[in-house]
Structures are given as structure tokens and as C-alpha cells.
Design a protein around this ligand. Structure first.
Ligand code: FES
Length: 285
């Protein structure tokens, strides 16, 4: 498909990197890591907020397009209202997207695609804002024309947004297919091998698990970061949390919950016991 080839070229377009780096620095300056950014990521929700919000302007503008195309003058006022409401929904939608995009770190390909995704959506917002102004002045033909062009750029932005999620895996839970196993106690290591301070990686049922002994208490969570798949056993311990080495998400070592984004999905956590000098795990229900 020609559009897949075009997207592949966009992913490899290293000429965009200076621009992505500059925009990323700007986003970090305006929106540093902290509670506000975590709220935009969707830590409070348990998954990304951005895919949820994008449906608002898309739905409103698609409704306006339908009313425009039916050609009934009685519906013009309703179409104008939908166009204006869609424009108002752009700011929070863009803020959530920029927050997620700015935490992709060294992953160049999704950052390049994300930049063009944002530019297409920015252009779409501008076209719909101009459409609303034209309608307000009574220039229905111009308002409809601008909205039609906006629908085209919206399709481009939407396609690239879908590509980011479904092909590049941005905003998805990297552990979605991890089965909650084992249900029964399973031997994973000799106690002597994993009792030193710090983080230890063991495997259970083919899955990597992070083990930590702190103040006589064992903690164990899945070792692949739900944000983008980093090995958490190479991270650092901060209090009761492990800090992801790639983008700084903090997960509770006690229960796997997200204490700080950009990750939004919790890690699987495990019960731990020591029997006869052997460490055993089972998934915490
Ligand atoms: S991989 Fe991004 S925060 Fe862990």
C-alpha cells in the first residue's frame, strides 16, 4: 500500500530529528514531569487519556460534516455549533498527546510520526477554526469548504495516530498479554542468590520478574515496564518504588501500581515466600 510506504519513509526521516528535539525540549519546559503531566498521561485512569479525548473533536466535526452535506439550511446553526465545540476540545486533546509524545525518549521513529501527526491535527484545528469564523460571518460556502479540507487533514492525522498506537505501540500496555501465572507457589531461585540489596531478575513461566528484599520483606513485580518495555531490573530503587531506566516511571514494589508516569498501566505483582532456602512466587490475586 502506498500509504504504508509513505509512513515507513516518515519513520526513517532523520531530517526531522532536530525539529522533534526542539519541540520536545519546549514541551518539557512548559510541562515538566509531575502530577499535572501524570494527569494528562492518564495515571489516574489506568490507561492513556489521549485516545479517549481524540474522539471528541473527531465526532463533533464529523457530525458537522454530515449536517453540511445534507444541505438543509435549517441545520447550519447546528453545524456551526458542532464545529465550534470541536475547536474548543482541541486544547485538552493536544495537551494529552504532547505529554505522551514528549516521553518517548530515544525512540526516534514514533517521535517523527508523532510530530507530523501533531502538525496535521494543528492544521485541522486551524481549518475548523477558520470554518467557524466564516460561518459566523454568514459565509456558509466558505465555512463548508474549509471544513471539507479540514476533514481531509483530520483523516491524515487520524491515520498517523492509529499508526502510532497499533504499529508503534505508543500508549498501549506492553504487558497486556502477560498471563496472570503462576497461581500456585513456584520455585524461582536460591535465597542466597537473590538476597543481596538491590534488584534481581528471575523468571517464572517464561516471564521476567523483579525481586527485591528490603528490611526483611520480599517484593516482586513483573520486570518489563508497561510503558515501553524497559527491563525494570536495570532501574533504581527509590523508597518503595522502582524507577524505570528509560523514561522514569515509578512503580510500587509492594503492589506494582503506577506512582509516577508516563506509564499508566500497573505491573503484575507477586507473593513471595522462602521455603528450605528456595524463593517461591505466585501471582498476587
Ligand atoms: S519504558 Fe518508558 S517509563 Fe518504562
Amino acid at each position: 500500500m502506498w500509504w504504508s510506504k509513505l509512513t515507513g519513509r516518515l519513520e526513517r526521516a532523520s531530517a526531522l530529528d532536530p525539529v522533534t528535539d526542539t519541540v520536545e525540549r519546549g514541551v518539557h519546559a512548559v510541562l515538566p514531569r509531575g502530577p499535572a503531566k501524570d494527569a494528562l498521561h492518564g495515571v489516574w485512569l489506568g490507561h492513556a487519556v489521549h485516545p479517549l479525548l481524540v474522539t471528541v473533536p473527531i465526532g463533533l466535526w464529523t457530525g458537522a460534516l454530515l449536517l453540511d452535506l445534507t444541505g438543509d439550511p435549517g441545520r447550519r446553526r447546528a453545524a456551526q455549533t458542532l464545529v465550534g465545540a470541536g475547536v474548543l476540545a482541541v486544547a485538552p486533546t493536544a495537551a494529552t498527546g504532547l505529554a505522551d509524545w514528549s516521553e518517548l525518549g530515544l525512540f526516534r521513529r514514533p517521535k517523527r510520526v508523532g510530530l507530523v501527526h501533531a502538525l496535521a491535527n494543528g492544521l485541522t484545528a486551524g481549518l475548523y477554526a477558520a470554518s467557524w469564523l466564516a460561518r459566523r460571518r454568514g459565509d456558509q460556502a466558505r465555512g463548508t469548504g474549509l471544513a471539507l479540507v479540514g476533514a481531509g487533514t483530520m483523516a491524515v492525522g487520524g491515520y498517523l495516530g492509529g499508526h502510532l498506537s497499533y504499529s508503534e505501540g505508543v500508549g498501549v500496555n506492553r504487558n497486556a498479554d502477560v498471563s496472570p501465572e503462576p497461581a500456585d507457589w513456584t520455585d524461582v531461585a536460591a535465597e542466597a542468590d537473590v538476597q543481596a540489596p538491590g534488584l534481581h531478575r528471575v523468571e517464572v513461566g517464561g516471564e521476567p520478574v523483579l525481586l527485591n528484599l528490603h528490611a526483611g520483606r520480599w517484593r516482586a513485580i513483573h520486570a518489563r515496564c508497561s510503558h515501553y518495555g524497559a527491563p525494570l531490573d536495570t532501574g533504581t530503587v527509590d523508597g518503595d518504588c522502582v524507577i524505570c531506566p528509560w523514561h522514569g516511571s515509578a512503580f510500587s514494589l509492594e503492589h506494582g501500581g503506577v506512582e509516577r508516569g508516563p506509564a499508566t498501566s500497573p505491573q503484575l505483582s507477586y507473593d513471595v515466600r522462602v521455603t528450605g532456602g528456595r524463593v517461591q512466587l505466585r501471582v498476587r490475586r
